[in-house]
Design a protein around this ligand. Sequence first.
Ligand SMILES: Nc1ncnc2c1ncn2[C@@H]1O[C@H](COP(=O)(O)OP(=O)(O)OP(=O)(O)O)[C@@H](O)[C@H]1O
Ligand SMILES: [Mg+2]
Length: 501
Amino acid sequence: MTIGIEMGQTRQGTVATLDLEELLSTRLLVQGNSGSGKSHLLRRLLEQSAPWVQQVVVDPEGDFVTLAERHGHLVIDAADHSEATLVRVADRVRRHRVSVVLNLDSVEVEAQLRCAAAFLGGLFDADRDAWSPVMVVVDEAQLFAPAMAGEASDEARRASLAAMTNLMCRGRKRGLAGVIATQRLAKLAKNVAAEASNFMMGRTFLDIDMARAADLLGMERRQAETFRDLERGHFVALGPALSRRPLAIQIGGVETASRSAGPQLVPPPAPASAEATREMILNSAEPEVARPAPRRAPRPPPSDIMMQLAQYQPPALHRSQAEAVELTAEQSEARQRQLDLILRQVLAGEDAAFRQASMLYQDFLVRLRIQEIEGPPDLAAFRRMLATARAGIAPEVAEGEAWQAVLARAEALPEDAQGVYLLLARTAMEGLPCPSDATLARAYGSHSLGRARRLLAWMEEQKAIVCRTERGGRRVVALVGLGWETAGGDPDGPVQDSVAA
Ligand SMILES: Nc1ncnc2c1ncn2[C@@H]1O[C@H](COP(=O)(O)OP(=O)(O)OP(=O)(O)O)[C@@H](O)[C@H]1O
Ligand SMILES: [Mg+2]
């Protein structure tokens, strides 16, 4: 029996179907930036397949509890149960073949990981006679299977990563079919992503995610560039349950509403004075504007924690404290100078501007060893030094309050956008002309001017910056919330070596 689930329409207007049986043995990975329509896609899949297969939804945002009314899913609120209970509940869910939504909305990040691990573990460890097929949908899968250590304790993270790995790598024999969605492939553990044979890729902005997507799909990077321009609700599908060749699909409608319904029109408040508005938007003290919109559930900070920089300390000092080795202020300053010098040597290397931080870090470590400098900064600390150095910031300035505010805002952006943001901030802080596209591309680690321009447009969309053009075509960039703006600069100018480190 083949069951074709109607997912939506192809460009030719034909029905795009998903082979449910095939999906159960080959799993699905959905990727797309925030707002690309992943949760909508999952909801469509769940609704259409509800009559055919048992479903378990791991729901970090409480988005899917509305499936209960129409399709009879049992909602399990994680906050009401201990982990041990959740293991037992999961076992019963399998035995009785009940479709459920595990709502993790009301518990803290770390408890979300623990509860998901317990529940998935219970599903996985069910007795053999209960191994009938279950579609296990995990939204925001990067929370549960992060590529890098995040804020949650190691133990919780390991438990949920192990459960996700079991689901995706070893679940098939036990009837578990993983369907996972993530905003950013680069943030999802590789082994978890690699076990899906079906993919649906939505709008993807960052190069690093695009590259991962291209690798997974076995596509040319250039072909994957098309993911950048996908509209909301449009996905490229590939895999045995979907299509043998990349197929563009527009996902169809849904019957139940998302609890987190999209933005609703609200009339703006009566205008305040221009001065007050300017103060509020450009000079607020709190770095709230560039951050992602607040969510109901507490969100983990970006896993790379490139900067826990509200309390930034020079890496050397940080390190010495961790090891309880007391360095005098003079010693630590001297050490910091040494590190800065070596970093500069690393950056002077050919093509250093286009090499990844992790590669440069290797180079940096070798040089430290040669110079017999002990207790090297870790990769996260190195990335901070690198971003600051690439932005051309002098070490004295880097520790100042103004720059700390910049770093706190940069933290809200994806790692590979931070260098460009810092460069713009420094240029603005010093009142210099806005860097050219070529200079920005270099800070982005790319040769492509188009990428640099798209990154600017994207940062503007995120409300991190505002760009405007002066007479004569010169570009000015203002930093939202910091109240600084660059002087007018020629976007088409050459690489400014004095600006980009
Ligand atoms: N195919 C579609 N047709 C109609 N509306 C859609 C479609 N896809 C998404 N939407 C709407 O767009 C908005 C964003 O979609 P959705 O919540 O699914 O995004 P998302 O990718 O899950 O984002 P996030 O990563 O932030 O959770 C929602 O209001 C949703 O209803
Ligand atoms: Mg979503």
